[in-house]
Design a binder for this molecule. Structure first.
Ligand code: IMP
Ligand code: MG
Length: 186
């Protein structure tokens, strides 16, 4: 038995991801010359992307990690999220780069952006690996996008289904038999 047996289709293979991450890192490096930005990432999905991205950036960066959970389906449209892990240092006056795995409805990030802006950073930029615009509910100004993908539920390279598949080195789509029935949302 292999984890790979559950994958129906590979959308982005490891080499394709690595090449694009390197381009993003180079772009971030040239756009932030003279700055000492803090990369703020959201656990757990963005972990793999953050780890690879930061190593392609030739800048004096620091990182901080947040963890959030949504309040559940009933209030999903409000975009209210619960902060499970807060920033460990103040970001006042700092140049913040939010590093996210995927922007789907945009509600999570919309809330987070307000939260971060209240802490008066000098600037906030958004860098996401995957943009899934089909289901967008909140208008998010994304500064850096790795790949725009169709409206499919994807796993791997940090992204999970029920906490599994984060360690796949590529981004793929699961076989329907794995989740049995309708594909999961968001
Ligand atoms: P949003 O608030 O709808 O933009 O949701 C963002 C979060 O939902 C992401 O950070 C992921 O954790 C999760 N998510 C959205 N789409 C997918 C997907 O296709 N696969 C796995 N997780 C997803
Ligand atoms: Mg996430």
């Amino acid at each position: 038995m292999s984890l790979h047996d559950d994958v129906e289709e590979i959308l982005l293979d490891a080499d394709t991801i690595a090449a694009r991450v390197a381009e993003l890192g180079a772009q971030l490096t040239s756009d932030h010359q003279g700055q000492d930005p803090v990369l703020v990432s959201v656990l757990k999905g963005a972990l793999v992307f953050l780890a690879d991205l930061m190593r392609t950036m030739d800048l004096p960066t620091s990182i901080d990690l947040m963890e959030v959970s949504s309040y559940g389906a009933a209030t999903e449209s409000s975009g209210q999220v619960r902060i499970l892990k807060d920033l460990s240092k103040p970001i006042e006056g700092r140049d913040v780069i939010v590093v996210e795995d995927i922007i789907d409805t945009g509600l999570t990030l919309n809330y987070l952006l307000g939260y971060l802006a209240d802490r008066q950073p000098a600037s906030i930029k958004i860098c996401c690996l995957l943009d899934k615009p089909a289901r967008r509910l909140a208008d998010i100004p994304i500064d850096y996008i790795g790949f725009t993908i169709p409206d499919r539920f994807v796993i791997g390279y940090g992204l999970d289904f029920d906490e599994r598949y984060r360690n796949l080195p590529y981004i793929g789509v699961l076989k329907p038999s794995v989740y049995g029935g309708a594909p999961p949302e968001g």
